[in-house]
Design a protein around this ligand. Structure first.
Ligand SMILES: C[S@@+](CC[C@H](N)C(=O)[O-])C[C@H]1O[C@@H](n2cnc3c(N)ncnc32)[C@H](O)[C@@H]1O
Length: 201
């Protein structure tokens, strides 16, 4: 799914990109490949441990060779207006309490013509896909949690307590309300995930 999102960034060598809620930096490594050594990737996350760590040393080495900066804090608010050609947030927006403010702040740091790209869980397009998704998160994940980590309850709690993702149309409306233009979305995996995009004109 990150691969699809990356293919839609339109980034070119030399561009600057902000990855909000970037976690351990999987997306940032792909972004760094796109902008090359003359570009810049800035990764932010609310969780300092995520920024500091990461389970994939090879990724981290590659990110160091390219220009990936890890900045503390979770918001785009720390950056100057019109700093980036692209802002991405992958599987992070549903955890943000004030989504309108966060989206407005991501728009503000985009250069004119720059693109915001949101990759997020969404609404499966058919009841059978919804049932499949519920079975996966409420049954399969806890089972895997028990087998791998010996802890089914935490995985069940995670699935049950995760904030529900906004539906695709409602997220599209939020992007428009934040002042983004030419907004659109693509469903992936039958709507289990969607990628939303909008531009600062
Ligand atoms: C599911 S992970 C996604 C990480 C990464 N973007 C990826 O696709 O692998 C969600 C990330 O959002 C971060 N996060 C949670 N709440 C946040 C918030 N309010 N603002 C910014 N980041 C947040 C978490 O620390 C975590 O790293």
């Amino acid at each position: 799914m990150e691969t699809v999102a990356l293919s839609l960034t339109g980034l070119r060598p030399g561009d600057s990109v902000l990855d909000v809620a970037g976690g351990t930096g999987d997306m940032a490594v792909g972004l760094a490949r796109q902008v090359g050594r003359s570009g810049l990737v800035v990764l932010t996350d609310i969780n300092a441990a995520m920024l500091a760590g990461g389970p994939r040393p090879a990724h981290r080495r590659r990110a160091r060779r390219q220009r990936v900066l890890r900045a503390g804090g979770c918001r785009a608010a720390a950056f100057a207006d019109a700093s980036f050609e692209c802002v991405t947030i992958a599987f992070g927006l549903r955890n943000v309490t004030d989504k309108a403010r966060a989206l407005a702040s991501m728009r503000r740091v985009l250069k004119s013509g720059g693109q915001l790209l949101v990759l997020e869980f969404s609404k499966p397009t058919t009841p059978s896909l919804q049932a499949l998704y519920d079975a996966y998160s409420l049954r399969v994940l806890p089972l895997m949690g028990r087998l791998v980590a010996g802890d089914a309850d935490s995985y069940r709690y995670l699935a049950e307590s995760d904030p529900p993702p906004p539906g695709p149309e409602s997220l599209l409306a939020m992007l428009r309300e934040a002042g983004l233009e030419n907004c659109r979305y693509h469903n992936l995996l039958g709507g289990i995930v969607a990628v939303h995009r909008g531009y600062r004109i």
